[in-house]
Ligand binder design. Structure first.
Ligand SMILES: Cc1cc2nc3c(=O)[nH]c(=O)nc-3n(C[C@H](O)[C@H](O)[C@H](O)COP(=O)(O)OP(=O)(O)OC[C@H]3O[C@@H](n4cnc5c(N)ncnc54)[C@H](O)[C@@H]3O)c2cc1C
Length: 392
């Protein structure tokens, strides 16, 4: 990153936040970056790389110190997600699923027993987390899920299938939503904290992907899988507000990750443009290439401002920031995709070769346009706020 861009990006951050950012940036570049391409080719889950995060306090940035975490503020969490995602989607995803979806839900809605049981392990990195939300029938309309939770003596029996599940084969905690009454739609949705290692009736199998092979995405099938009463998070039928709060934080961390990915495209394309020559000059001296670089910087900085504003709102104590979350997530994910496309154009044919990272970033960025609400969903929410159809 050039000195000018660095100054611009750091505007308004506290000294502590700047230090966190610089620390994570250096760590990710030194410890993670050298392995990412190789792991992708081998379809190898980066368990050993993720293991390096716990001792540094990077697995629990949203978890309070009393539960073993390193929470300082929401902004810092965003910076950690941004810098990790600039280098590796999967490592950043492990942090964001664990903190935004699992840990935050436990902190906001869990009993003291659930906090003591789960949070220290998540913060230390011993317990990786998965979010079991998406089903074969769809991931956008979560009020219409089909996985059922039947009350039985001492607990619940869960039956249904979840797809696209990141980290599943390595996770020690599944944050899962199922319905106690399918007819009630979103009012039947119930959240559970499941220990996959001790749950019978649960099968985790490969969910083959064209990209992100190092994430080993999974399909999780549950057939009368018994979970004890202690696995219930919140109340029966109270899962939809838990999901709403989790996705609100999730949108912040995913948006921060998208800013990191968008920045990575600039970091790769700008030096290449000033190195590669055509017609006797650097391609970066051609106006049409300069336009692409300028567009990439414009998008990234605009998205970054939306993400940082959201972080500051959360730190200021604004509970739900649905409109601002949608604005940040939509713009940042679209910036990441557009930057990957422009970046590839700067690299020409070499963007499709194994030698250069830029081509890999396109499908990874695109996948972030689906998770934590698709662009269509966010556009719909933004329009509903503007039209007065939605207030919160
Ligand atoms: C790499 C990767 C990792 C993932 N990891 C996880 C994970 O760990 N856990 C998990 O639970 N899920 C995960 N997902 C799944 C992801 O959350 C879903 O793909 C996403 O929620 C969208 O669901 P869907 O793919 O079923 O699309 P659908 O819900 O079927 O939607 C298809 C299309 O229809 C559009 N659409 C739907 N409703 C409307 C509407 N009302 N108006 C306009 N358009 C609409 C959508 O925007 C989309 O364009 C992952 C996905 C990917 C690609």
């Amino acid at each position: 990153m050039s000195a000018a861009l660095e100054r611009m990006a750091d505007f308004d951050l506290t000294e502590e936040q700047r230090q966190i950012r610089a620390f994570v940036k250096e760590f990710a570049e030194k410890e993670i970056l050298p392995h990412v391409e190789e792991y992708e080719r081998q379809a190898k889950y980066p368990l050993d790389l993720i293991a390096k995060l716990g001792p540094l306090g990077l697995m629990g940035p949203m978890i309070p110190e009393e539960y073993g975490g390193s929470f300082s503020d929401v902004m810092s969490y965003g910076l950690i997600c941004e810098e990790l995602a600039r280098i590796d989607w999967v490592v950043a995803s492990a942090v964001s699923v664990a903190n935004s979806l699992a840990a935050s839900s436990i902190i906001n809605f869990g009993t003291e027993e659930q906090k003591q049981r789960w949070l220290p392990g998540i913060a230390s990195g011993e317990t990786l987390c998965s979010a079991l939300l998406t089903e074969p029938g769809g991931g956008t309309d979560l009020g219409n899920l089909k996985t059922s939770a039947k009350k039985v003596k001492g607990g619940y029996e869960l039956t249904g299938t979840k797809v696209f599940i990141s980290h599943a084969a390595y996770a020690g905690l599944f944050f899962c939503v199922a319905s106690v009454d399918l007819a009630k739609k979103h009012k039947g949705v119930t959240a559970f904290l499941i220990d996959p290692k001790t749950t019978e009736g649960m099968t985790i199998s490969d969910f083959p992907m064209r990209t992100l092979k190092r994430d080993n995405l999974a399909e999780v099938h549950m057939e009368n899988a018994f979970v004890p009463d202690e696995a219930l998070l919140g109340k029966e039928g109270g899962g939809f507000p838990i999901l709403g709060a989790a996705l609100d934080t999730g949108r912040f961390s995913v948006a921060a990750r998208c800013v990191g990915q968008a920045q990575r495209c600039i970091d790769l394309a700008a030096p290449y443009a000033m190195e590669r020559e055509a017609f006797g000059q650097k391609i970066g001296e051609f106006q049409m290439i300069q336009q692409k670089i300028a567009d990439m910087v414009n998008r990234t900085e605009a998205a970054r401002l939306l993400v940082y504003r959201l972080g500051r709102m959360k730190d200021a104590g604004v509970g739900r920031c649905s409109l601002e979350s949608s604005l940040a997530k939509l713009n940042a994910s679209q910036a990441a995709v557009a930057n990957a496309l422009d970046g590839m154009q700067v690299f020409g044919g070499y963007s499709c070769t194994e030698e250069y990272e830029i081509g890999r970033l396109l499908l990874e960025a695109k996948s972030l346009e689906f998770g934590e609400g698709t662009s269509e969903l966010h556009n719909r929410l933004i329009a509903e706020f503007a039209l007065g159809i939605r207030k919160q």
